[in-house]
Ligand binder design. Sequence first.
Ligand SMILES: Nc1ncnc2c1ncn2[C@@H]1O[C@H](COP(=O)(O)OP(=O)(O)O)[C@@H](O)[C@H]1O
Ligand SMILES: [Mg+2]
Length: 226
Amino acid sequence: MNKLICNDVCKSFRIGEDNLNVLNNINLTIEQNDTVAITGVSGAGKSSLLQILAGLDKPSSGNIFLNDKDFSLLSNNALSKIRLENFGFVYQFHHLLDDLSVEENIFMPLMLKNTFNSSNKIIAKDLMKTLDIYKRKDHLPWKLSGGEKQRAALARAIINNPMFLFLDEPTGNLDIENSNNIQNLIFEISKKYGVALITATHDNEFIKLFDRVYRLENSKLNICNE
Ligand SMILES: Nc1ncnc2c1ncn2[C@@H]1O[C@H](COP(=O)(O)OP(=O)(O)O)[C@@H](O)[C@H]1O
Ligand SMILES: [Mg+2]
């Protein structure tokens, strides 16, 4: 069973003379197929924690392990490779590349991984159909609605068949209908592809869907349900 382990992680930012302590001795283990929500008010440190767990930022102290691999001992290249092979990331704002079509955006991680081939094209088609964006595949992102853009970003995050999917307020920018639709799709995809979810959100309906819910408060992570 694959495990992502966060061991005694602290994070502080230096702002002028001051040290802003955002994360204080955070411990968390996420196994494959786990679904974990992280709540907390704006500024609580949710995005900072997700970035550190996903190897996109470094903790001030403490360690992140994927199985026996300690991120702090890896070169940037080795860490990038681990991210590409094991992690997907969805942001509040889709971050699709403006000049590429929906389909080309979704293919991008395959190109980076050098695994773009005909069988992957079939998987991409299946994924686009599941997410109801197949008819939009040749369009540039600006022609899409907010919900469609977010569904395309979800397809791009999952195309490499990651073990862990990070979502940073994935529905924070959508109306209720699109938000409910994406929330259900996230869980459908998690089950279908066997991917763990680590989601920052302050949507009280959304958090009910997760196995484990944590709250970040005063730089500490506390479990809310078990
Ligand atoms: N790169 C940075 N430099 C300085 N302060 C930062 C940086 N990133 C985040 N912060 C601060 O850390 C705190 C937590 O931010 P963040 O993790 O984005 O919280 P959340 O996602 O819960 O809203 C905030 O006070 C924010 O201003
Ligand atoms: Mg945030």
